[in-house]
Ligand binder design. Structure first.
Ligand code: SAM
Length: 240
């Protein structure tokens, strides 16, 4: 792993990283490589791109102070642990839940957490089903999600997990404006209010123009939502 690139990138973002943090990132990259050699876990990127696309990009909300100390956070559609694992490595005080519909990714994360000496909850489920479970419904201070669905669909996959006063954070690119009308309408139906778009530039990657779409949970999610598994993706609320 290019530790120097990670260190200087985090520095540029104003995010503190001590020796233990850097060691855990190195160990996580090594475990990813180990698994990637035998299963298709995540796209194999060159060392610099992996630091930028996975680690630094995932850290974006920490610049904006979006999570209070000890906040309960769920990463919806975490895949190989992004953004949840970099967030947890940088902020071990967070109470993180990793959710994904694919068992092999959850098994990988369980092994990685153990080897990194971090504790978190892992959940193998569809978001639509998990958000109906009493222990997960409106139980989180924040739901985060990257590269899982369009913004309107994401609102339905994340907001039901968030308690009133909490927020949903979606990683988006320069095309976010086209998704805003649907995202706002869907949020309204689900008890949310779009707060706006925060800049999330990745050091040395100005051309990416990454942003975070932040939605506040201002009311309760009606019992009818989320709809059954697959429907939020096929018929996004507020679109069309
Ligand atoms: N968030 C990770 C990242 O940015 O690298 C993974 C992105 S990957 C393209 C999308 C992930 O979302 C997959 O691991 C998939 O299994 C998961 N996913 C998609 N829809 C889901 C749903 N409804 N419930 C739970 N997981 C879902």
């Amino acid at each position: 792993m290019n530790t120097q690139r990670l260190r200087t990138g985090l520095e540029e973002m104003g995010i503190a990283a001590d020796a233990l943090v850097l060691e855990r990132f190195e160990a996580f990259h090594a475990i990813l490589d180990e698994y990637n050699a035998r299963m298709d876990l995540t796209a194999v990127l060159d060392e610099d791109e992996r630091v930028d696309r996975h680690d630094l990009d995932s850290a974006a909300p920490l610049r904006h102070g979006l999570f209070a100390p000890g906040a309960k956070v769920i990463d919806v559609g975490t895949g190989a642990g992004f953004p949840g694992m970099p967030l947890l490595i940088l902020r071990p005080d967070l109470k993180m839940t990793f959710l994904d519909a694919l068992q092999k990714r959850i098994s990988f994360l369980e092994d990685a957490l153990k080897r990194l000496g971090l504790s978190a909850v892992t959940l193998h489920a569809r978001a639509e089903d998990a958000a109906r479970m009493p222990e997960h419904r409106e139980a989180y201070d924040a739901a985060v999600s990257r590269a899982v669905a369009n913004a309107a669909t994401l609102q339905e996959l994340t907001l039901p997990f968030v308690k009133q006063g909490g927020l949903s954070v979606a990683w988006k690119g320069p095309g976010v404006q086209e998704e805003m009308t649907g995202a706002k309408r869907a949020a309204f139906v689900l008890g949310g209010t779009v707060r706006g778009i925060l800049p999330a530039p990745v050091p040395r990657r100005d051309d990416w123009a990454h942003v975070l779409l932040v939605t506040d949970k201002t009311g309760k999610t009606p019992k009818a939502y989320p709809r059954k598994a697959g429907t939020p993706g096929k018929k996004p609320l507020g679109v069309g």
